[in-house]
Each structure stands twice: as C-alpha cells, then as structure tokens.
Design a protein. Structure first.
Length: 267
C-alpha cells in the first residue's frame, strides 16, 4: 500500500465519484500519493471539493482544455501554477474527453468539421499539450497516463468521431513515449471496457454496448473503478518501470474475442 509514497501527481478528469479519474485517484491515495486535481468549470467545482478532501488533495485547479480563446494557455498556466505552488511532478493522469452528443449517434459520415476539430483538440491533442508542459517539471522522470477505448481499433455503435480521436490518442502515446523516453518519462494508455460515467452515457446506445461487453467478455464483467485504478497504479508506479508506449486493456478480456459463442448472441 506504499507504491506511490513520495510521489506527487496531477489527475485531470474527475467530474463525480463515478469518473474513471476518481477511481484512479482513490487507488493512488491508498498507496500514499500526493494528489493534485483539476476541474473543468465552476459548475463542477462544488462537486469536486468534497471529493478532493477524501484523497487529502490540498491543491485544486481549474483547467478547461477546449478551443475557446480564454483557454489557449490553460494547460501551460496550470503547470506553471503547480511548479510555483508545489514543485515537481512524478505522474500525470489525463482522463478527459468530449464530443458533441449529437454526433455520438448516427453515421460517422455526418461528422461536422467543427466537432471533428473540437473532439480531437479536447480528447487527443490536450494529452500532447499536457505531456509537453508537465515533462518540463518531471525532473526525476515519471509516468504519464491517458484513457482510451476499444472503439479506436474496431467500430462500436455510435462511437464515431471519438473512435478516430482515440486512435490518434493511442498513436500519440507511442510517439510521446519515444520523445520522452530519454528523460525516463514513460507514456501509456489504459483501454477500459464500458463504464457507467457521464462521458460513457453520452454515446447513444451505451446500454447495449455495456450489456454486450459484459456478456461476451471472458470474465463476464465490465471493469469497475477499482480495477482500472489498480491498473493505473501499476502503470504510474515504479513496478512498471520497464513499460512505455503501451495501451493496456482493462476490459474483462473482451479484446481477444473474435466471434462469441453462439449461445451469447441472437443470430
Ligand atoms: P467522466 O464524464 O466522468 O469524465 C470525463 C471528464 O472529462 C470530466 O471530468 C470532464 O469535466 C472532462 N472534460 C470534458 N471536456 C473537458 C474540457 N474541455 N476541459 C477539461 N476537462 C474536460 O467520464 P469517464 O468515463 O471517466 O471519462 C474519462 C476518460 O475515460 C475519457 O477519456 C473517456 O473517453 C475514457 N473512457 C471511458 C470509458 C467509459 O466507458 N466510460 C471507457 C474507456 C475510456
């Protein structure tokens, strides 16, 4: 329970107690990490304050990574403030994504240019921005982690532009791992199975995907927050010191199933 003792890190993406970022924060806290949290907007701040107290987080910052002009340097300013207030970082968790709900249904073919750019900016490029800024204050090396989903590799219903964003995110992980490896900074992703979060619920037909994955996955279960949190603990702690550039699946084994057994599908 001491795997993160002496390590300080930033966790981006807590919206409520069902957020994957919150599951990760909990496991890291139990392992003695010093945790810094961000919230996207003032509306979410009220919900985050009581959660931050549960993980003994003393430093809470607002950070919206969207394209709006006022957010142009939001990530750079965040890291600058952390450097000033706290000092160096040992790890960063990037667990955020956004796309217009109206385009997480129907055809990918109908994706608008504006939502394509905004989805990729928030959900993909923000990780590269975080990596660039945060790596400057990771003087002793460290570990960066982002969250992805299997809709990057194969189609899943209505995931559409988010699948494209996640494919680019997973490729970003590989390139960033090469760029930052010489600084002993590792870069990995967790590909989580479907989970009941605000972001998860934004995808039309999420319930069907959730039930199908649960039925077909070898473990007969979608991941819970603790399982994803523990995988994150492995990737952020020194016990994974030889691992970088990887997308690690926490999906009950769904990834390996090609054609499910006949009794599992109605065809
Ligand atoms: P969530 O809704 O709890 O978290 C999403 C977070 O993104 C929220 O905290 C929100 O404030 C933040 N966010 C959105 N737009 C932002 C912006 N412009 N600036 C700053 N923050 C912004 O949902 P979640 O499921 O915990 O999502 C976390 C990550 O996990 C996402 O990358 C998501 O794609 C990924 N993921 C989710 C699932 C799932 O089934 N829920 C599966 C695999 C991967």
């Amino acid at each position: 329970m001491n795997l993160m003792k002496g390590k300080t890190g930033l966790i981006m993406g807590v919206a409520n107690e069902r957020s994957i970022a919150w599951g990760i924060a909990n496991e890291l806290f139990l392992n003695k990490a010093n945790i810094i949290l961000t919230f996207q907007n003032d509306g979410l701040k009220k919900r985050i304050i009581p959660l931050s107290e549960k993980v003994n987080c003393k430093n809470l910052y607002k950070c919206d990574v969207s394209l709006k002009p006022e957010n142009e340097y939001s990530i750079e300013n965040l890291i600058e403030n952390i450097k000033k207030d706290i000092g160096d970082l040992d790890f960063v968790v990037h667990a955020l994504a956004y796309s217009d709900k109206d385009e997480l249904k129907g055809k990918y073919l109908d994706t608008s240019r504006i939502n394509f750019l905004s989805t990729l900016d928030i959900s993909t490029f923000s990780f590269t921005r975080v990596a660039k800024s945060a790596s400057k204050i990771m003087k002793n090396g460290g570990s960066l982690l982002t969250l992805t989903y299997a809709g990057s590799k194969k189609t899943t219903p209505n995931y559409n532009v988010m699948g494209v964003a996640k494919a680019a995110l997973e490729t970003s992980v590989k390139y960033l791992s090469v760029d930052l490896g010489k600084n002993n900074i590792r870069v990995n992703a967790i590909s989580a199975g479907p989970m009941k979060t605000i972001a998860g619920a934004a995808i039309t037909g999420a319930r069907h995907v959730y039930r199908y994955s649960e039925k077909v996955a070898p473990l007969k279960k979608n991941p819970d927050l603790q399982q994803v949190g523990n995988a994150a603990l492995y990737l952020l702690s020194d016990i994974s010191s030889g691992v970088t550039g990887l997308t690690h699946y926490v999906d009950g084994g769904l990834k390996v199933v090609g054609i499910p057994d006949q009794d599992l599908v109605n065809v």
